[in-house]
Unconditional design. Sequence first.
Length: 383
Amino acid sequence: MPFKPDYTSNGIVNLCSSILSSLGVRSPYNPLESDVLDDISEFDNIVLLIIDGLGYNYLKKNCTGTLLAKSTRMPLTSVFPPSTGSAITSYFTGVAPQQHTFVGWFVYLSEFGLVSRILPFTNCIDWNVLGSDIANVIDITPLFHNIQCEHSVILGSHIIDSVYSRFMAGNAKRDGYDNIDGFFNCIEHAILSSRNQKYVHAYWPQYDDISHHLGSQNNESLQHVYQINEKLGKFKEKIEGTNTKLIVTSDHGFNDVKPDNVIYTKEHPELLECMTLPICGDTRTGFCFIRPHMISKFERYINEKLDYACEIHSSSSLIKENWFGLFEPNPKLESRVGDYTLLLNDGYAILNHFPGLQPPQLLGHHGGTTEDEMLVPLITIDC
């Protein structure tokens, strides 16, 4: 049964609201219902550390006894789809995909008539950066534009100056790193840079990278989590006494998929005939744009040929059922989620196979509606 995100009390948008409230910024979403962050206003430094891909269930199952596991207060739900493009944009804006409309990794931009890789802000064929201001496709003000205290964004050197990063960071101080030691050094420097109140947004992607290629259950993935845990422990000791609230969380968890269970669109020409665009979203939630006269054929093909791998839903019904968030939907949302949504079953994924290009060979996937993908940890450490 699909696991639905929580936008009312215990989701990542509610975490954002709790942080924003402590900084004097109002959000349309409720703060966390839990009292875990009730004391957040008492701290001089608030650090949000996002470990890309680290699911709550994975952490509790595989990392018992670590600082990360012992400091976990509760699970939070990600957004829908639980994908980096959707969730990281929620961390940057404080609202759900219902408002920001960055729904997955592949997002159809009707403004330009193309499918984008939304975070790099490129097309999906040769990966050239789109020659337009990203403000033309997102009409939500990033939260850094409203924060009055000192604030920093810490990202890898390869993305710190990207179109997306510059827009989302606003007037925040941006700092890039090249390795895990540099990552924690940047956070430490941001904390110690002054005695003023500070908010630090720090993002670590390598666990996600490893898990995509080797699978989240691979030993190298697990060892990387233990490396993060070790570095975090040493970092905690270095900043003791700085009155810092360290909040560690994630954007999504993983669902590993055997190679034989990956559906490549090129192998389904009858399906492609029904579509006006490549499948958007992510590899475990697909947004489908269908030729009006082929709707019946599309539904029949999914129900007869791919019912073992996915469920088919009307995208408009998912909007009405608040899968993407609460309150009035952004007018752009409907055009970005298409006519139908495919929810991939546990252990299955779907990938576009563009002519002349080989799709990536991935073992770890996300964006689906299993509990493992949807739940992320809320970890707090006071220093």
